[in-house]
Design a binder for this molecule. Structure first.
Ligand SMILES: [Zn+2]
Ligand SMILES: [Zn+2]
Length: 443
């Protein structure tokens, strides 16, 4: 097993992380996640594409879709661009073509759409973030956040990281390895946050997209505590394959090593859409449509500051269709209550790793017997199902050796529009330290 190697820049990032962590409550004190005492659940998506890059609709139309479909916040995260300058697009050459244009004109028949004809070509000016957020934001009920998908690559491994609520565009920072590339982008986000005082968060997108990011690299990123456990794009391999671990398995490998070996904070799992396709819904495959997965954040106000603080404190869960009413955790255990839907039954799995686990691992070799950039195989002690319950509520009592425990809920109902065939509706509740992890882990 490789040891943790810190470069000077990652030392700086680690220090920043430790400082910010000292302001956070420890996971065991997280208490109840429940809509009460002025707090409520806010539903949002942190991964969205528009005509500003390779999405097929105009940002204001996308914001309207989310606003009218039960969401309270949305981050627009186009590839290596911020929606903050004058930009005209060729309607017919754009991804959404005439269909998107006709819908835009029908929705805004007067005085909103800026258009012109240049050399016989119809062009529309893309609305800036200030313009479309001004149109869509509504105090207490809807909030647009400016974001960016920093779209980097190391050799053939795509490394995409979303930054939500940033102020200035961050170009792909590049690096000498996959881990170094991730770390350099994280450090750029942390530096901008410290310089500007703007609350912002960075997360790793779709680790299994081209199987670019392994658990061994992801676990070692310092100052970045989020990754996408479910991404709604149909090409990102959430479920892995015969040689590649699925994203839930990645999560458990990362969590186990962060707590037991690396002494890094817990990593939280996000559900996002990565939506690009907004027309002719629903479509069977090869598309990335809105509404597939989201996060539910418990906060006392709808603004980017309180949302990001709550997410950093683990006051949220991710979902692709299961609603959680309450999560309570204390030093004795963790309990969950769901919002049932008629005709559905639920499996509530408490998943974790216990101290004394078998830490051995083996590389995955290719046909020539060479090691590849593939997550290693580990024993079943890692991410074991510690208790499996059925029903709409369940409680798990910690074992003294529990390093961390997370809860995963799976409905009997199929996902209505899955990114991969066979997906069920699920919820992913964030990990907390168990008694042994509380002793071992970063507080
Ligand atoms: Zn991406
Ligand atoms: Zn994306």
């Amino acid at each position: 097993m490789r040891s943790l190697q810190l470069t000077p820049s990652s030392f700086a990032a680690l220090f920043a992380t430790l400082v910010s962590l000292s302001l956070m409550s420890s996971a065991l004190d997280a208490g109840d996640l429940e809509a009460k005492d002025g707090k409520q659940w806010y539903k949002g998506n942190l991964h969205t594409h528009s005509h500003w890059s390779d999405g097929d609709d105009y940002p204001e139309m996308i914001g309207l879709w989310y606003k009218e479909n039960g969401y309270q916040f949305l981050a627009l995260t186009d590839h290596n661009v911020l929606a903050n300058y004058e930009r005209w697009i060729d309607v017919d050459m754009s991804k959404g073509g005439r269909e998107a244009y006709d819908k835009l004109k029908a929705r805004f028949p007067e005085n909103w759409v800026d258009e012109r004809t240049v050399d016989g070509i119809l062009e529309v000016r893309l609305k800036t973030f200030d313009e479309f957020s001004g149109l869509l934001n509504e105090e207490g009920s809807f909030l647009m956040m400016l974001g960016e998908e920093v779209t980097d690559i190391y050799k053939t491994s795509p490394i995409h990281m979303n930054i939500s609520n940033l102020k200035e565009m961050i170009p792909p920072m590049k690096g000498e390895s996959i881990l170094d590339t991730m770390q350099n982008n994280v450090n750029a986000a942390i530096a901008q946050r410290e310089r500007t005082g703007q609350p912002m968060m960075i997360h790793l997108n779709h680790p299994n997209f081209h199987y670019g990011v392994t658990a061994e690299d992801l676990m070692r990123v310092v100052g970045e505590n989020f990754f996408e456990v479910y991404n709604g794009h149909s090409g990102v391999n959430n479920n892995g394959d015969d040689t590649h671990a699925d994203t839930e398995r990645l999560w458990d490998i990362v969590l186990t090593h962060r707590v037991a070996e690396l002494k890094l904070p817990l990593m939280y799992g996000l559900g996002t859409d990565d939506s690009h396709s907004y027309h002719n819904m629903p479509h069977p495959a090869k598309r990335s449509e809105p509404g597939r997965a989201w996060i539910m954040v418990l906060a006392d106000e709808l603004n980017s500051n309180t949302l990001i603080t709550a997410i950093e404190d683990g006051q949220f869960y991710s979902s692709s269709g299961v609603t959680v009413n309450r999560v309570s955790s204390d030093e004795t255990g963790i309990a969950v209550e769901l919002e049932p839907v008629d005709g559905e039954t639920y499996t509530i799995d408490f998943i974790g790793t216990r101290a004394g686990f078998d830490a051995s691992s083996q590389p995955v070799l290719n046909d020539k017997g060479e090691e590849e950039n593939i997550t290693r195989t580990y024993s079943d002690d890692i991410g074991a199902v510690l208790q499996s319950s059925t029903g709409t509520e369940a409680r798990y009592t910690f074992h003294p050796n529990d390093l961390y425990v997370r809860v995963q809920v799976t409905s009997s109902a199929d996902h209505p529009n899955p990114s991969q065939a066979g997906d069920k509706k699920q919820a992913w509740i964030q990990p907390v330290y168990g008694p042994a992890g509380q002793a071992e882990g970063v507080k």
